[in-house]
Design a protein around this ligand. Structure first.
Ligand code: NIG
Ligand code: FE
Length: 406
């Protein structure tokens, strides 16, 4: 496929253009076998790179969003809990247990259908890679079948899926009297059943969930099964999560709403990616995470949706970019980088989140002339065409006519 007549290409590769975003005007991009094979000037594709020609009609093209933190496997919703928060109630981790009850009662087919629905929703907003966690099952079998549901919806026409085991999301009701017994279940039989279906191990290190010692035990058991590590940290208040992420060499620490300068220094020193989730702060009426302090300290920042029914029921990476610009004080360049290359760094996915020869041909043709429009036109559907693995997997109704008019 040849994507020609690109008004503004964001490659995230300084070799291919200006600045960190590698911005290039009037560009074209060719792909073959699912990968980018050539980037150059509009109208100048070398012989043999043509195949299917798609006209970007002068619009902006960027790497597909890499949403590195979601909880798509669940049943039910919590609209009433959200409404109660709007009326002043505080968010507490205990709400997770109501989704656990609904998830345990749901069939495998229902879990797959709900996760697939949300993955399609994300794709239509430009997401081409999605991390998906378990964590609403909290028994050996319900955690295993949650991960299997995520594996089973994988399809070339959906975002690329990466699975994470989150058996240590909260202590389930039946183990309330014996949290350490639950940690032994997670680090033993549950991980044995789940590790074959996951790339990553996560833990919710927070008051009301797991303390530092319990979280460390979970992460070490995950590492012993060959899983990469990530941590839900410092979401509801200050705590040990960010420091623990650094100590165990996690790829990413996520949420980070409440950070001290010392926490930030430790994350920077350890090279842990800070994954910020502004949808959670919006939905739970929490303070905004200290994104600028993280960036100024040299920490790599990723942006993700945290799509889940409790704290952030959105699959929209464009909305996340808009929040990051308006509420975190990121520039559009910083926000778009964090939502693409930043997410790829958080998931240690080499080449994803960039457009350069050899990288996966996963991209979005925005129905807008610049990436600034993601924040400038919030909540407007702007994904004109979504390409994954070199194939158009979504086109906005009417988009192909635009191409013909161009
Ligand atoms: O990432 N923080 C922990 N877990 C989820 C919330 C889950 C829920 O409330 O259902 C999160 O925000
Ligand atoms: Fe989460």
């Amino acid at each position: 496929m040849l994507l020609d007549n690109i008004g503004l290409l964001i490659s995230n590769d300084p070799v291919h253009g200006e600045g960190r975003l590698g911005l290039r005007r009037d560009a074209a991009l060719a792909c073959a076998d699912g990968r980018v094979v050539w980037i150059g000037d509009a109208g100048k594709a070398p012989e043999g790179t043509a195949g299917d020609r798609v006209d970007a009609a002068g619009r902006c093209v960027l790497p597909g969003f890499v949403d590195s933190h979601t909880h798509l496997v669940f049943a039910g919703d919590r609209a009433q809990e959200f409404a109660a928060r709007l009326a002043g109630a505080a968010y507490a981790a205990g709400g997770i247990r109501s989704t656990v009850a609904a998830t345990r009662a749901a069939s495998d087919a229902a879990l797959r259908a709900n996760a697939r629905r949300l993955a399609v929703e994300a794709l239509r907003q430009g997401t081409t890679t999605l991390e998906v966690k378990s964590g609403y099952g909290l028994t050996v079998d319900d955690e295993r079948r949650s991960l299997v549901a995520a594996e089973q919806i994988a399809h070339p026409g959906l975002p690329h899926l990466v699975t994470t085991f989150l058996g240590a999301h909260v202590v389930p009701t039946e183990s309330a009297d014996d949290p350490d017994g639950y940690v032994r279940l997670v680090t033993g039989p549950m991980l044995d059943a789940c590790a074959p279906h996951a790339a990553w191990c996560d833990v919710f290190c927070e008051d009301g969930a797991f303390d530092a010692a319990q979280s460390r035990a979970v992460l070490e058991a995950g590492r012993a099964r060959g899983l990469g590590l990530r941590v839900h940290a410092n979401q509801l208040g200050p705590g040990p999560g960010a420091r623990l992420a650094a100590e165990v060499g996690a790829s990413a620490a996520d949420h980070l709403t409440h950070l001290s300068d010392a926490d930030i220094a430790v994350l920077a020193e350890a090279g842990v990616v800070a994954t910020l989730l502004p949808g959670v702060e919006f939905s739970t009426r929490a303070p905004w995470a200290p994104a600028r302090r993280l960036l100024d300290a040299g920490v790599t920042v990723a942006l993700a949706t945290d799509c889940n029914p409790g704290t952030s029921y959105t699959s929209s990476m464009p909305m996340v970019v808009a929040w990051a610009c308006r509420e975190y004080g990121l520039t559009p360049d910083e926000a778009v980088w964090a939502a693409t290359a930043g997410g790829a760094a958080a998931l240690a996915l080499e080449g994803h989140g960039t457009l350069r020869p050899g990288a996966p041909a996963d991209l979005v043709v925005l129905d807008a002339p610049t990436h600034i429009h993601l924040a400038y036109r919030p909540a407007v559907p702007l994904a004109g065409l979504v390409v994954r693995g070199g194939r158009v997997v979504y086109s906005m109704p009417g988009d192909r006519e635009k191409e013909q008019q161009a």
